[in-house]
Design a binder for this molecule. Structure first.
Ligand SMILES: [Zn+2]
Ligand SMILES: [Zn+2]
Length: 393
């Protein structure tokens, strides 16, 4: 019997997708690096996770709201390749850990060494498709997502291709903050889609990524930031992170519709003009319409919030007639966004690093959950109470 390790998994045999929730800690076969039995291990590294963030996408898996097809489809593929049933997916991709073994090519081509303290880009790009060959790895046609379609980091060990490993400089970053660079990078990507310098900006939806975006927009020179957020303690955090004002969205005429009162208030706050840029960070249909109605003529709407299925765009003609620029954001530009992420977190003016630690991670009180003490009930309470929960190994 091969050695085992602990991992937080979704198990489709034990927990059928449509009639279960949560994740379970299981003993699974321990991953190892062995070039003689697997040629590809030359290009891989074995990592011992220390802190791993729990993502909004992991929440989607926990509550069975998203990623069923990606998880089950990839398990089917692995079952075929392995010629035995594979029903467990190790979840987790917001990694901070220590390299404990390095493949020969991973050392030679990427300079990785045992002892390196690393994070990972969660999109394992193929490197050879049209987009990858054009430098747009973040929209690779054939990518695997760590912790969804590839075994992830909520485990004693994780094995990853060297090409997605990001080496951290720990002189200027706490390990807990290093673990949230991947989601922070989503917000950096959203805030770098257009130039925010000197702009008035609305962040519509101050969940985890929206909260990051408030601090980043401020650091990138936005001069006025309006948060839109219904949850009181999130609104409070948005203020602490740099929002000038946080408004509560009300109901529109239909459940998909914008809130006219909210939009009138934003116009009032911006000399009757509207904001230059609205970042939609929730994915709610009404929030998308709010974002479109908050921007001025010729402004930019950045769409990041994600919800599957159809959405209704109200008065679509206005988008065209008012020359509103729509952009969508997925993942992070590899590695451009990571460099900006690193610089923003390592700089101390403004001190986003400490804001993330003190405001979003509450100084470690509550959101940092030891893996040894994992229980589904306690964990579900933590992910319901804090914008970002990080598992400590
Ligand atoms: Zn994530
Ligand atoms: Zn590709």
């Amino acid at each position: 019997m091969a050695e085992s390790m602990r991992a937080l998994v979704y198990d489709r045999a034990k927990d059928p997708w449509d009639s279960s929730k949560g994740l379970r800690v299981e003993e699974v076969p321990r991953v190892t690096l062995d070039e003689r039995s697997d040629y590809h291990d030359r290009n891989r590294v074995l990592i011992k996770p220390r802190y791993v963030g729990f993502c909004g996408s992991d929440r989607g898996i926990w509550f069975r709201k998203a990623f069923k097809d990606m998880i089950c489809g990839s398990l089917d593929n692995e079952t075929k390749a392995l010629r035995h049933a594979k029903d467990q997916r190790v979840i987790g991709h917001e990694l901070f850990g220590e390299v404990v073994a390095v493949g020969s090519e991973a050392r030679r081509s990427f300079g990785l060494e045992v002892g390196d303290l690393v994070s990972a880009e969660s999109h394992i790009f193929c490197g050879v498709c049209h987009q990858c060959r054009s430098g747009d790895h973040y929209v690779c046609a054939d990518d695997l997502i760590i912790g969804i379609s590839y075994d992830g980091a909520f485990a004693d060990y994780v094995k990853l291709p060297a090409k997605v490993i990001w080496r951290n400089n720990m002189d200027r970053m706490r390990p807990e903050v290093a673990a949230v660079q991947e989601p922070f990078g989503n917000a950096v990507h959203a805030c770098t889609k257009v130039n925010l310098r000197g702009k008035r900006v609305a962040i519509v939806g101050c969940g985890t990524i929206g909260l990051f975006a408030v601090a980043i927009a401020r650091a990138m020179g936005a001069t006025y930031i309006v948060g839109v957020e219904p949850v009181k303690h999130h609104a409070e955090m948005a203020r602490k992170l740099g929002a000038d004002v946080v408004l509560e969205p009300g109901a529109g005429a239909e459940d998909y519709a914008h809130d006219p009162g909210l939009c009138a208030e934003v116009r009032r706050l911006t000399d009757g003009v509207g904001v230059d840029v609205a970042l939609e960070m929730s994915g709610m249909n009404s929030s998308v319409n709010n974002a479109i109605h908050l921007v001025r003529r010729g402004g930019d709407v950045i769409l990041f919030g994600l919800k599957s299925g159809d959405a209704i765009i109200e008065s679509f003609d206005r988008v065209i007639v008012d020359g509103i620029n729509m952009h969508s954001v997925i993942g992070r530009r590899i590695w451009e966004t990571w460099h900006i992420t690193r610089h923003l977190l390592e700089a101390r003016d403004p001190n986003i690093h400490d804001l993330v630690w003190e405001v979003i991670l509450n100084g470690g009180e509550g959101p940092i959950v030891p893996f040894d003490e994992f229980s589904p009930e306690r964990f579900e309470e933590a992910i319901s109470s804090y914008p970002k929960v990080v598992l400590k190994f």
